[in-house]
Design a binder for this molecule. Structure first.
Ligand code: ATP
Ligand code: MG
Length: 592
């Protein structure tokens, strides 16, 4: 959470109220049709509720006046109609609100995810996936709840309350004045609860993120956990996260419900007072007919629910605002790496790659690449070698435009890749990394990511080139075999060959290879080397070399150390020079 939160915090200045305003003004006008219909239903709910309180008086009075049949029929019909209308209005209101709300959740989740996809790699490095999961799944839902509470609160509950209070005043003005003391007292009580809710809800979300993270790490790191017997440790982490969330949830409920004893006590006191007062008379005047009293007490009791919800509204909104804030943090996060507004397709060319005076450092770290000048000739193979941490993978990252250099330019066939569309840039480059990410899908679909419109035959051919066809055919379902989450059912060498098949399918003029450091058996290694030799034939190949064979096959070798090119040339030239490369050659490659 640490770095993430610090970054998100930058945007936390917006006050809760302005955020709430933004949420409402963004969402309500967009769905005004749905909300107008829901509000119409709410008006009907509010008026039928008030009417049902009023009609109670009529019932009592009609029954004490049993001679008057017409009145009885009239009251009976009204009661039936009022309650039927109320039932249908409630139904319509619930359905309409849910529709509008679900639409908003869907839209917000879509835009959250779109925003996520638009971010550069730097964003994903510094943002934890558990945090993102929580933001995309939960925060939109919480935003919707806030909208629901606001709309139902201000329309249905408020109108219902006004209607019922009107009935109370109509029937018993004096008693109504007395009972209104309840209102202000309740508001004061709620005030005190608000600030606490805000803090607890934020911690609650952090706790949920931790639970997601533990589960996620248990799933992705299952091998390490088993190998190092970390079950106990994970169990403890989970237990503490779960306990935290449990404690906070309890506290939250306690606070949210603290309004109940407050309101109940006040209501009880008010009703008791009314009962006592109703038996007496004031200034020689009787308090009214039994019907009026009945109607008044009914209205008062019915007013209790909407009043309680209204008194609690601020608390509920405040809790939901934590989610709204999380949502807008992500939506407002500046995109770290974007396509130029006037981006052009990269020119068609042989695939010559140049870095001119390139400097680069990862976010808030030391510079990693210093004023680098490098040329990768079209159609040739260049091997990057050098000590660990020297910046080799970083150079490939810059070529893929996963990051932009802080100074200098990276060009392909003479054009700055920052001016190119992402699509045309990525089309030019095939990348085979140290580890292969595979989607939980069939082999066929995993290969097709490299060229979605490839025919089956083209995929088979590419797999043959990459020495993958035979082992794929031998899988239980051939190309249609499901390979599990991140290819769990495949061996390391097989995964690499799938990765190479993707590169072959891509037909790109530039091939970037980060050679796997893990040792494979000699048969697999021979397959992979042969496959790579075939893909790299005739294309500009830049390979981070960990094996002697790769170095021997390269047209040119660059020795990279501390973000600078220390030596470059052919194998013979570098060996003759007797410098750093020769030393590396003797220690790392010779005994290999
Ligand atoms: N995402 C990142 N964020 C911050 N620093 C990074 C990141 N990736 C790499 N670095 C740092 O940049 C430097 C160069 O790393 P790089 O991965 O380019 O080295 P390398 O030459 O590929 O090493 P190796 O041979 O071990 O793969 C290292 O000091 C590393 O700590
Ligand atoms: Mg590396």
């Amino acid at each position: 959470m640490n770095t993430t939160n610090r970054r998100f915090n930058l945007f936390r200045r917006a006050t809760a109220d302005s955020l709430l305003w933004r949420l409402l003004t963004e969402s309500l006008p967009e769905h005004k049709g749905k909300y107008a219909a829901a509000i119409a239903a709410m008006v009907l709910v509010a008026s039928t509720t008030a009417l049902s309180a009023w009609v109670m008086g009529e019932i009592v009075d009609a029954m004490t006046d049993a001679e008057n049949k017409r009145r009885i029929y009239w009251v009976a019909t009204s009661v039936f109609l009022i309650f039927t209308a109320k039932g249908f209005a409630s139904f319509a209101q619930t359905v309409l609100m849910a529709r509008a709300g679900n639409r908003i959740v869907a839209e917000k989740q879509t835009s959250l995810f779109k925003r996520l996809l638009g971010q550069g790699i730097a964003f994903f490095n510094t943002t934890e996936s558990s945090d993102l999961l929580l933001r995309v799944t939960q925060s939109a839902q919480m935003a919707r709840n806030v909208i629901d509470v606001v709309v139902t609160g201000f329309v249905r509950d408020l109108l219902t309350l006004i209607g019922l209070v009107a009935v109370m005043f109509y029937q018993q003005p004096f008693l109504s004045l007395i009972s209104l003391v309840v209102g202000p007292a309740a508001v004061l009580g709620v005030r005190m609860i608000l600030t606490k809710v805000r803090a607890i809800m934020a911690q609650e979300m952090a706790g949920l993120a931790e639970i997601i993270k533990v589960v996620q790490e248990t799933s992705t790191g299952a091998r390490v956990i088993k190998a190092f017997a970390l079950e106990e440790v994970m169990q403890r982490r989970m237990a503490s996260a779960v306990r935290d969330v449990e404690k906070r949830s309890n506290k939250m409920v306690r606070l949210e419900s603290a309004t109940s004893p407050l309101m109940d006590t006040l209501t009880g006191a008010a009703i008791a007072a009314i009962v006592l007062l109703s038996s007496t008379s004031f200034a020689g005047q009787s308090v009214g007919t039994p019907g009026q009293l009945m109607s008044f007490v009914t209205a008062f009791l019915m007013a209790y629910e909407p009043a309680k919800r209204l008194s609690r509204m601020r608390v509920t909104i405040e809790a939901g605002m934590v989610g709204v804030r999380m949502m807008y943090d992500l939506l407002d996060m500046p995109l770290t790496l974007t396509e130029a507004p006037d981006a052009q397709k990269l020119t068609v060319g042989p695939g010559k790659v140049t870095l001119n005076n390139v400097s680069f450092g990862y976010a808030n770290g030391a510079p990693v690449i210093h004023d680098l000048d490098l040329t990768f000739e079209a159609g040739q193979t260049t091997a990057l070698v050098g000590p660990s941490g020297g910046g080799k993978s970083t150079i490939l990252n810059l070529l893929l435009r996963l990051y932009d250099p802080s100074e200098g330019v990276v060009c392909i066939d003479g054009s700055d890749i920052r001016q190119a569309t992402f699509a045309s840039l990525r089309e030019k480059i095939a990348f085979v990394g140290q580890d292969t990410f595979l989607f939980s899908n069939t082999v066929m679909e995993n290969l097709r990511v490299a060229r979605p419109n490839a025919t089956d035959e083209e995929v088979f051919d590419a797999a043959r080139v990459a020495h993958a066809h035979d082992f794929i055919e031998a899988l239980p379902g051939g190309y249609q075999t499901h390979i599990g989450e991140n290819g769990a059912f495949l061996s390391g060498g097989q995964r690499q060959r799938l990765s190479i098949t993707r590169a072959v399918l891509r037909h790109a003029p530039i091939l970037l290879l980060d050679e796997a450091t893990s040792a494979l058996d000699s048969q697999s290694e021979a397959y992979i080397r042969d496959a790579l030799a075939r893909v790299s034939a005739g294309v500009t190949t830049i390979v981070i070399a960990h094996r002697l064979a790769t170095v021997l096959e390269a047209d040119k070798i660059c020795y990279i150390e501390a973000g600078e090119v220390k030596e470059q040339g052919t194998l013979q030239e570098l060996l003759a020079k007797g410098g750093k490369f020769k030393k590396l050659y003797e220690t790392q490659f010779q005994n290999g």
